[in-house]
Each structure stands twice: as structure tokens, then as C-alpha cells.
Design a protein around this ligand. Structure first.
Ligand SMILES: Cc1cc2nc3c(=O)[nH]c(=O)nc-3n(C[C@H](O)[C@H](O)[C@H](O)COP(=O)(O)OP(=O)(O)OC[C@H]3O[C@@H](n4cnc5c(N)ncnc54)[C@H](O)[C@@H]3O)c2cc1C
Length: 285
């Protein structure tokens, strides 16, 4: 039989105290779009639901000198509507246009998408190419964790049992262009089969800097640093893009599941990367 308690902290300190006291048995309830499904399915059967929706310390989007900080409790809809983000980093807001559907976007939080540690969380590839970090808070203080060191496996992160994600931060690169492509089984209300984010800066067709991150091709969302190093310094044409994109084979390890086979994921990932690079180079819309 399931057994749950419910607690609504008034402020951040109360939240951190309950996490200190109960650790992993304090189940942070943000939008609940994942957590309530886990409870309904029976994969979580007990604990104290800690409702953080009204905590203002987890809200807010701010930006200064190319540096952006977003509260973990900010919803996907709030990110999409943010004048600051749409003005300063439209790449990131564009990323989320195909996230679930309006109903889910109104509930789902950025912190929940990251804390869930899904290999196909749609906010993560773009945050990885922006060199995003989280601030993890506990009663003893805060630490900053780069996103590429946060994830351990599907549903597993390096967050400690007494920690909560307070904010997400990144710097907007000074030069270049980014894009995110998500392949789902449908256009709407569909999780990713695989997804790619690319940020690329080029001069006269030659790559000066490139960052590549994928969702759905490994147990965790992944930065492809070896493939990045192959692109760097190269003068790109169609043939070169195709050839270099094929090299991701050595870095990815997709699985077969209900959304697609490992082989299918490998093949479409090569195509998605080629397309993303061409878009960033202005060779395709
Ligand atoms: C119909 C449907 C469609 C969906 N489509 C997509 C999609 O297209 N793309 C996509 O990426 N996801 C999708 N999802 C998954 C889900 O909406 C997201 O992962 C969402 O961002 C989770 O946020 P939440 O606020 O609802 O988290 P919750 O469900 O409240 O929490 C999720 C997990 O994170 C923990 N948590 C939450 N906030 C914090 C915090 N601040 N600190 C520490 N731990 C925390 C919770 O304890 C829980 O373990 C979909 C879900 C549904 C139901």
C-alpha cells in the first residue's frame, strides 16, 4: 500500500531543513508532470511530497553581461514567454517550442526537467552547449555543478539527498549561432527519440568553435567532445559535414526501446547533426 505525507514549506530555509531531515524521502514536487506519474505507476510508494511551486526563491529569470540565471521553479511556459530570454538567447527559447504541449509546459519546471535526469530531457542538450551549470543548495550552503558532470545514468544524478536545484545558469557565447532539433514520434506531446543541440562559430566557412550535445543516444545527455574536436578548424562543405557527422558513431551508444532501435537512432543522429551544422552555417533554414 502507498503511504505519503504532504508538506508545503513557506520559504527556502524550511525546504532545506526538510531535505536535511528526510533526505531522499523528501520528494520535491515541482510541476508534478513526472513525479505524479511515478507515484501513479507505483514506482514510488512512500515519502513526503514537498510542494515547492509557490517558493519565490526558486522563481525569476535574470541576466547581466551575457550571463543568465533561471530559477529552478520557472516553468517551460515562463521561459518561452520571457522577454529577456527571447531577446538575449532566442536559441534557448526556440529549443522549447516543441516541448510536450501547452498544458504540460504550464506545469513543468526547468529544475524538474534537469533533476529527473532523463537521457531525453529536452532542456538539457541546449544547456550543455551553453556550458550550463546548476546551483545545488542544502542547509550547509551551495555548490555549482557543471551540467556535463551532473548525470550518472537514466534517472540518476550527482545531486545529494539533502540538495535541491536552486537555479540554472549559463553564459551566452559572444559569437556564433545555435540550433536544436528534436526528433519525436509525433510533432506534439511527444518525448524525443533523439535530439541534438549545436552551437557553432565560423569565419569564412571555417569552424572556429563548435559545441555538440545529444539527447537519447546514451544513458545520459551527452556532450560530444571528440566529434567537436574533429570539426574545429575545418572548412565545411556538404561532403565534409556528412563525413564528420558520421564520426559520432564512435561516441554514442543508443539503446533499442519502444521509440526506436539502436541502429535507427544511430542513423538519424548522423542526419540530425549534419542538418544542425548546416543550419548553423546558414546552408539550410
Ligand atoms: C504528456 C507529457 C509530455 C511530456 N513531454 C516532454 C517533452 O517533450 N520533453 C521533455 O523534456 N519532457 C517531457 N515530459 C516530462 C516532464 O514534463 C518534464 O521532465 C518536466 O520538466 C519535469 O518538471 P516538473 O516540474 O513537472 O517536475 P516534477 O515531476 O515535479 O519532478 C520531477 C523530478 O525532479 C525532482 N525535482 C523537481 N524539482 C527539483 C529541484 N528544484 N531540485 C531537486 N529535485 C527536483 C522531483 O523530486 C522528481 O524526482 C512530458 C511529460 C508528460 C506527462
Amino acid at each position: 500500500m502507498s503511504s505519503f505525507k504532504f508538506y508545503k514549506p513557506d520559504n527556502m530555509e524550511d525546504l532545506l531543513k526538510v531535505k536535511e531531515e528526510l533526505g531522499g524521502r523528501a520528494l520535491i514536487l515541482a510541476g508534478g508532470t513526472n513525479l505524479l506519474i511515478y507515484i501513479k505507476e507505483g514506482s514510488i510508494r512512500e515519502g513526503t511530497l514537498v510542494d515547492i511551486k509557490s517558493l519565490k526563491e526558486l522563481k525569476g529569470i535574470s541576466g547581466d553581461n551575457g550571463y543568465i540565471e533561471i530559477g529552478a521553479g520557472v516553468t517551460i511556459a515562463e521561459i518561452l514567454e520571457s522577454p529577456l530570454l527571447n531577446d538575449r538567447v532566442p536559441f534557448f527559447t526556440d529549443t522549447l517550442k516543441n516541448f510536450a504541449n501547452p498544458l504540460v509546459r504550464n506545469m513543468a519546471s526547468l529544475g524538474g526537467n534537469i533533476a529527473d535526469a532523463s537521457p531525453i530531457g529536452d532542456t538539457i542538450p541546449s544547456l550543455l552547449v551553453l556550458n550550463g551549470r546548476i546551483k545545488a543548495a542544502c542547509l550547509k550552503g551551495e555548490r555549482s555543478v557543471p551540467l556535463d558532470r551532473l548525470f550518472k545514468g537514466p534517472g540518476e544524478s550527482n545531486l545529494k539527498p539533502d540538495e535541491v536545484i536552486r537555479t540554472v545558469q549559463f553564459s551566452i557565447p559572444e559569437r556564433g549561432k545555435g540550433t536544436f532539433i528534436k526528433l519525436g514520434l509525433r510533432n506534439g506531446t511527444s518525448c524525443s527519440v533523439t535530439s541534438v543541440a549545436v552551437w557553432l562559430a565560423a569565419e569564412d566557412g571555417r569552424v572556429e568553435d563548435i559545441r555538440i550535445a545529444f539527447g537519447g543516444v546514451a544513458p545520459i545527455p551527452l556532450r560530444l567532445k571528440k566529434t567537436e574536436s574533429l570539426f574545429k578548424g575545418e572548412k565545411l562543405d556538404e561532403e565534409k559535414i556528412r563525413a564528420l557527422s558520421g564520426e559520432i558513431d564512435k561516441e554514442i551508444s543508443p539503446i533499442t526501446d519502444v521509440r526506436g532501435s539502436a541502429e535507427y537512432r544511430k542513423q538519424v543522429s548522423v542526419r540530425l547533426l549534419s542538418r544542425a551544422v548546416r543550419i548553423c552555417m546558414g546552408m539550410e533554414e
